[in-house]
Ligand binder design. Structure first.
Ligand code: FE2
Length: 157
């Protein structure tokens, strides 16, 4: 079992607990489950293509919407995930402080689709946009559409 497996299992347990607790949410927990796993897969392959650590990328993609998962709110969910995701990764016991910070920064920046961030942040943004495209979800803005066009060209799709 690698760190992607461990993080996703922990996250699915957290989601199940939130589901039992109930309450209003902007996005369904069913979508969160689907999106975290398929973003991770997209991120794994994008990272492998770009010479980046594919496992770390898949972990970052798995947790990128952690802020929305734990707060239930979409607005400002990227920034809202920054501190809680570091706690979550710390609880897993399998990341260095440097790795947790790198992932948390990618979580924090992932909604800024028109800006260029770290290599990891770019993988998370691209995996996110590609995942929404693969599920036929309309992209919310021009920066998303430009990013999608670049990813599809990169992948020859
Ligand atoms: Fe997000």
């Amino acid at each position: 079992m690698n760190r992607v497996f461990k993080v996703q299992r922990m996250l699915l347990e957290r989601i199940a607990a939130l589901e039992r607790a109930g309450g209003e949410r902007d996005t369904s927990l069913q979508w969160e489950r689907m999106h975290l796993a398929s973003c991770a897969r997209n991120g794994y392959f994008l990272a492998a293509r770009r010479g980046y650590d594919a496992e770390l990328a898949a972990v970052a993609c798995s947790v990128h919407d952690y802020g929305r998962i734990v707060t239930g709110r979409h607005e400002d969910h990227a920034a809202a995930g920054y501190e809680p995701v570091k706690v979550f990764l710390g609880e897993s016991g399998c990341f260095t402080a440097e790795e947790a910070e790198l992932i948390a920064l990618a979580v924090k920046g992932h909604s800024s689709k028109g800006e260029i961030g770290s290599a990891l942040e770019e993988i998370v943004k691209d995996a996110d946009v590609l995942d929404c495209h693969q599920y036929g979800i309309p992209l919310p803005g021009e920066s998303y559409r430009r990013r999608l066009a670049a990813i599809l060209a990169e992948l020859g799709l």
